[in-house]
Every structure is written in C-alpha cells, then in structure tokens.
Design a protein around this ligand. Structure first.
Ligand SMILES: CC(C)(COP(=O)(O)OP(=O)(O)OC[C@H]1O[C@@H](n2cnc3c(N)ncnc32)[C@H](O)[C@@H]1OP(=O)(O)O)[C@@H](O)C(=O)NCCC(=O)NCCS
Length: 216
C-alpha cells in the first residue's frame, strides 16, 4: 500500500495516475473520493494527429449518425463483428464511453478538418487498468480508405496509450480475411501472436481471430 494524493491505494499507482489524469485532476492535488464518481469522463490529454488535415478528438454522442452512416455498409463490416440494425444500437457504446469505471472504453473521433466531419473512429475496449492492457479498434469511412489515415492514427494512438495510459501491452484481434487491418497493424509494429479459435461470434457464426500485439 502507498499514499498518492491523499488517497490510500493498493499497488495501483500508474493506473490511478491515468485515472486522475482523465478527470483533469493533478496528481499532487488532494481530492475527495466523491469527486471521482461525479465528474464526467473526459480525457485531459488526448492524442494529437500527426496527419495534416486530420484531427482527433473524443467521440461524442452527437457523432452517432455520421458513424452509423458508414457502419451500416456491408463492405465496412464485412471483416468485423459489427452487427448494427439501427443507429440506436450504438447507444450502449456511448453509455460505456461516459462511464467513470477505471476499465471503461475509450474512443476518439477522426475528423476531416476541411469539412469538418467524422470520417472514422479509433480507441480501446477490453481495458484492464490492473494489467495495463487494452485492445485497439478502428474504422474509417470507405471514401477515405487507402490514404494512410488508419495507419497514422493507429501509430499515434498506440504511442499515446503507452505514454498517457501507461499501458504495457496493446492487443488487436482481426479476422484473418481483413488484409487492410492486418497491414495497418504490421506497419505500426504489431506482432502476430497466433490464431484464436472460435474467438468471437460474427453475425451468428463463431470465427477464428488473429491476435496481434505491441509491447511498450
Ligand atoms: C481497415 C481500415 C481501418 C484501413 O483503413 P485505411 O485508412 O484505408 O488504411 P491505410 O490506408 O492506413 O492502410 C491500409 C493498408 O492496407 C492495404 N490494403 C488495403 N486493402 C488490402 C487488401 N485487400 N489486401 C492487402 N492489403 C490491403 C493498403 O494498401 C495499405 O497498405 P500500405 O500502407 O502498404 O499502402 C479500413 O479498411 C476499414 O475501416 N475497414 C472496415 C473496418 C475494419 O476492418 N476495421 C478493423 C477491424 S480490426
């Protein structure tokens, strides 16, 4: 056990510091536990896009329509487990993004600054603050495919997760048929670890997934 910022915590210094950071609370401030549970979930230092004309910001519930506009396209979901029937099916994801739980999902909107509009998302699910691990996921609207956007965003968001979230491992699970995503991961330094058999149900059918990871 050690004392951090007036809080007594069990061997969780780095996850807690990230947790405090998300709430815009300096690590050297004393904060009542009550505040942790009442502030809205915000990330103090989101990743910065290094691609000209492309920005990153937190995903907002007002992005749902633009996100769903391309997530309903068969060619977008073909190599993923997405199975949306209507825009409100994204509701549980936005609820999870608003959660103040330590292991809650994180998702950023990828924005074309010229218009500006949402052209993709990237973030983390299956977050384990205790193990300092998370799984990266992303999607890009098809009219923006092949411009290096997913590769650039995957690189900066992965680096950000090591620096800001203090993760030690980021993993990615990909259908073996998803050649574009596999290329994105390999270009960003993710290593193939093996095939997970019947790992995830894809529109009713259990499918094998390739596991990739990067270590900090
Ligand atoms: C996967 C996805 C995010 C890639 O986005 P993107 O912005 O087009 O990706 P990039 O342009 O950065 O890079 C794609 C790479 O894959 C390559 N590629 C694309 N289609 C390919 C194919 N069928 N076979 C082999 N390589 C392919 C491109 O040539 C490019 O490689 P390069 O860096 O050598 O030029 C996008 O296709 C997408 O949103 N797909 C649907 C959702 C999805 O699959 N998400 C990932 C789930 S794990």
């Amino acid at each position: 056990m050690e004392w951090v910022s007036g809080l007594r915590i069990p061997d969780m210094r780095k996850p807690l510091l990230f947790f405090l950071d998300r709430f815009r609370v300096a690590a050297n401030e004393k904060i009542p536990a009550l505040i942790i549970h009442t502030l809205p979930m915000r990330i103090a230092t989101p990743p910065v896009s290094e691609l000209p004309g492309i920005a990153l910001r937190q995903l907002e519930s007002s992005d749902a329509e633009a996100w769903y506009a391309y997530l309903q396209l068969p060619k977008v979901v073909e190599h993923t487990s997405w199975n949306l029937g209507a825009v409100h099916d994204l509701g549980p994801i936005f609820d999870a993004l608003e959660s103040d739980a330590l292991d809650s999902q994180i998702r950023f909107a990828i924005i074309d600054e010229r218009h500006p509009q949402l052209i993709g998302t990237i973030g983390f699910h299956t977050v384990s603050a205790g193990n300092r691990t998370a799984e990266i996921a992303y999607d890009i609207a098809p009219q923006y495919w092949g411009q290096g956007i997913a590769t650039a965003m995957c690189r900066v968001v992965t680096d950000w997760s090591f620096q800001e979230m203090k993760l030690s491992r980021v993993q990615a699970t990909v259908l073996p048929s998803d050649m574009a995503s596999t290329k994105v991961l390999q270009t960003c330094g993710y290593q193939y670890e093996g095939l997970l058999r019947s790992y995830r149900v894809v529109r009713g059918v259990p499918r094998d997934y390739a596991m990739f990871s990067r270590i900090a």
